[in-house]
Design a protein around this ligand. Structure first.
Ligand SMILES: C[S@@+](CC[C@H](N)C(=O)[O-])C[C@H]1O[C@@H](n2cnc3c(N)ncnc32)[C@H](O)[C@@H]1O
Length: 230
């Protein structure tokens, strides 16, 4: 874990990465979609959220400001320190946890209404994803939801090309090795989401076109915003 967390420390410091623009704490489309979804479903805009892989906290802090009780989790100390600094500047008391989501979580059973997983568990290998899903299920309340924002491969031609040209190991289908970085990423179709995230059941799923910058290039990428129930 230490070396993986260190790798993400470096990524979280790199301001050229689209997902961790240090200095920009604008919430992502996924966080705004999450709140929009609750409004549409007429669910209360409050509750306990655990955000896995919170990065520098652009979403977690915004959700705290909207009135949610949020636990921000990341195994990167750089990320957690950035959230802490930002929360302090805003005079917000943040609940931060520095642990690896592919091991047992130091979080109470049945304590969370939502686990938000924005661009995080697509990085986990299948054995790690299995432990992760057991822990998500354990910490969620009986009617809790896992909310995913993750990579598509049905429309996303960049993901399709990477899957063809830089496939991950045979034991990790639908993954590729991210160029210039070196970690594995999984890209799924809508049908595969409930297969990979079983026993969670897909409640809703929306494909979101979103041009995304990698270094100096912009790609026409597509992402899934999916809500899954226990
Ligand atoms: C692609 S970034 C997404 C950041 C954030 N969710 C966002 O949308 O801005 C992935 C984040 O997950 C964290 N991460 C990756 N694997 C993890 C693991 N096994 N346990 C905890 N955090 C992890 C990384 O440190 C990084 O901050």
């Amino acid at each position: 874990m230490a070396s993986e967390a260190k790798y993400w420390d470096e990524q979280n410091l790199d301001t050229s990465r689209h997902f961790c623009a240090l200095g920009s704490f604008e919430p992502s489309i996924s966080a705004k979609k999450f709140v929009g979804h609750l409004v549409e479903e007429q669910r209360p805009l409050r509750g306990n959220i655990l955000e896995v892989g919170c990065g520098i906290g652009r979403n977690g802090i915004w959700l705290m400001e909207q009135g949610f009780d949020v636990i921000c989790v990341d195994f990167s100390k750089v990320a957690i320190n950035a959230v802490e600094k930002r929360a302090k500047a805003l005079d917000i008391k943040a609940n931060l946890k520095n642990f690896d989501i592919s091991r047992q979580w130091p979080v109470n059973k049945g304590s969370q209404d939502y686990v938000l997983d924005f661009m995080t568990s697509f990085l986990l290998t299948l054995p790690k994803l299995k432990v992760y899903l057991q822990e998500v299920s354990r910490v969620l309340k009986p009617d809790g939801r896992l909310v995913l924002y993750t990579l598509d491969r049905s429309q996303d031609t960049q993901a399709q090309k990477l899957l063809r040209e830089r496939p991950g190991p045979v034991s990790e289908p639908n993954t590729y090795v991210m160029p210039g970085m070196g970690h594995l990423e999984r890209a799924l179709t809508e049908k595969e989401i409930p297969q990979y995230y079983a026993p969670f059941k897909l409640e809703s799923c929306e494909l979101i076109p979103r041009p995304t910058r990698f270094g100096n290039e912009i790609f026409d990428k597509y992402y899934w915003f999916a809500v899954l129930k226990k």
